[in-house]
Design a protein around this ligand. Structure first.
Ligand SMILES: [Zn+2]
Length: 91
């Protein structure tokens, strides 16, 4: 039986779809790494990964906005304190 060496674990396994995922883009029609090695990657679909990165991006945007708002609030409060201090001085 023809074997194929896994690119990730280096083990020679039968070059069949039982041990390797199919990949038509490759010459032999199989992935270069065995199923065991690729399983953790395959479990998450491309859509799920995209969704996860979108969520991370959104979380970052929210964090940045909140931080900006807080900064502006602090600046406004500091300005108010300064105004009050000036008023008290001028009386
Ligand atoms: Zn492997």
């Amino acid at each position: 039986m023809e074997t194929k060496t896994c690119r990730m674990c280096g083990q020679a396994k039968p070059a069949t779809s039982e041990f390797f995922y199919r990949r038509s883009a490759n010459a032999d029609g199989l992935e270069t790494a065995c199923k065991d090695c690729l399983a953790p990657y395959k479990r998450k679909s491309k859509a799920e990964r995209n969704e996860a990165s979108k969520r991370a991006e959104l979380a970052y945007l929210v964090l940045r906005t909140v931080r900006k708002m807080r900064e502006e609030e602090e600046r406004a409060a500091a300005e108010k304190r300064r105004q009050r201090w000036l008023e008290r001085r001028s009386v």
